[in-house]
Design a protein around this ligand. Sequence first.
Ligand code: PGA
Length: 254
Amino acid sequence: MRKTVIAGNWKMNTDRSSGAELAAAVMHGAGSANLPEHADVVLCPPFVVIPIVANAVAGSRIRIGAQNVHDQPRGAFTGEISTGMLHSVGCTHVIVGHSERRLMFAESDYDVCRKANAVVGANLQPIICVGETIAEREQGRTLEVVRRQLRAALDGIFEFSIRTCIIAYEPIWAIGTGNTATPGQAQEVHAFIRSQLREMYGSAAAEDVSVIYGGSVTETNACDLFAQPDIDGGLVGGASLDASAFTEIIRAAI
Ligand code: PGA
């Protein structure tokens, strides 16, 4: 059975005190002790805020994720963070290939693949982001782009570890814009992603992989999105910074 995953991507927001406060408010609002087994709530703060948030949620079922990682375990990579470092501060998940990394920091499909493999190799769960630009959608190239990004990212990841991967479909035109994909638009791509996983890993594995949606998820549209058969939760940016909105989104998903 695949899990429902609701991840909050805090991006470059919060600091020591506001991060701890937000984590505590989400814990309280989500009734973290009573979260069902089939659901994972993952908070993804900035690197330096991770230990504070990990401390705030210690003992609860709330998980911690990072927003990025380097693919090498150690060495002369000024400014970078390794999977081992993330592990040591309590991370269980890592977002890889977010469109902001791809577009603003020039991460290629190959970079995303190396990172995804490093994350899986370190026994952490990657949240692998894929999604098209508005121009690509208008040219009718959505599925082609998603297929290319997905297959590239998963190169080297075999059937025995695909179940630890979470795929996030994030149409770039929907991120931070308020232009959420309609449930129908999202479901079409999610079903396509699952069909690709089926071709690559077989039906049983494909059924077990969580495919989550991101791009202007709010407490008002979450229910309709999560009601779609192939949408297994959300990767939430802006609304994850508001504890009550994020709590509502968690409730809509579980
Ligand atoms: P948004 O961001 O919810 O603010 O659109 C989603 C994301 O970037 O993961």
